[in-house]
Write a protein that binds this ligand. Sequence first.
Ligand code: ATP
Length: 248
Amino acid sequence: MRVEHVDFWYGDKHALKDVSLDIYRNEVTALIGPSGCGKTTLLRCLNRSNDIIPNVRMEGRILLDGEDIYRPEIDPPLLRRRFGWIAQKPNPFPWSIRTNVIYGAKIKGLVTNRREGDELMEKCLHAVGMWDEVKDRLRSPGTDLSGGQQQRLCIARAIATEPEVLLMDEPCSALDPGATALIENLVDELCKDYTIVIVTHNMQQAARISQRAAFFHLGTLVEVGDTKDIFVRPKTIRCSDFVSGRYG
Ligand SMILES: Nc1ncnc2c1ncn2[C@@H]1O[C@H](COP(=O)(O)OP(=O)(O)OP(=O)(O)O)[C@@H](O)[C@H]1O
């Protein structure tokens, strides 16, 4: 994806200021920076989920595979289907584990019968490392799982719809260290097949799992580059102070 000179306003609040960056295929790009700097706003611009907020305005262009996703001919609900969204708090549907995984894929027409549904469910639960944990309780509600399992279920649900890009908004913020480690390993595996953009407050996590990092401050993109450069050789004092934990 390519973000070109994006400005974004909530009413009078200028939340993103002339942001340009490239997001590469099969890489994890981490959006980092202090609270309120615009990370989630940018994430939501990438799949046009800001469109549903009243009184907002965006300028600039965002390209997916070279195509401007803000062109008037683009249908936002159809566009959003090309993305998977993993929220801060796991949000499984109040249905069975099986239905959770295949519901979106069914709506998209990717499964048309029971056998295809079962195959897809098994494949996606394997992909998130959960098959053995849940294979004997596929009819139990997804909401009965632990927080970490629920988040992996949400990732299984997202990948079942064959998205091109996975957008993750602090996916581990509600999880304990063990569940966080499982999600981090999973992100590492998933980037072989997907392009991933992740917002995280956890600098160790950004350093561990991303190949590229973008550091924001007050709506401005201060630095973007290889994660190791951002962490080991930051070009600005502001970024250096942030990644070393001097402020947050
Ligand atoms: N719906 C909204 N209406 C008005 N202002 C908003 C809205 N959402 C976000 N903002 C403001 O836009 C700015 C950027 O917010 P955003 O949520 O993108 O930051 P963030 O870096 O993701 O923050 P955090 O790390 O705390 O989640 C903030 O000043 C925030 O208060």
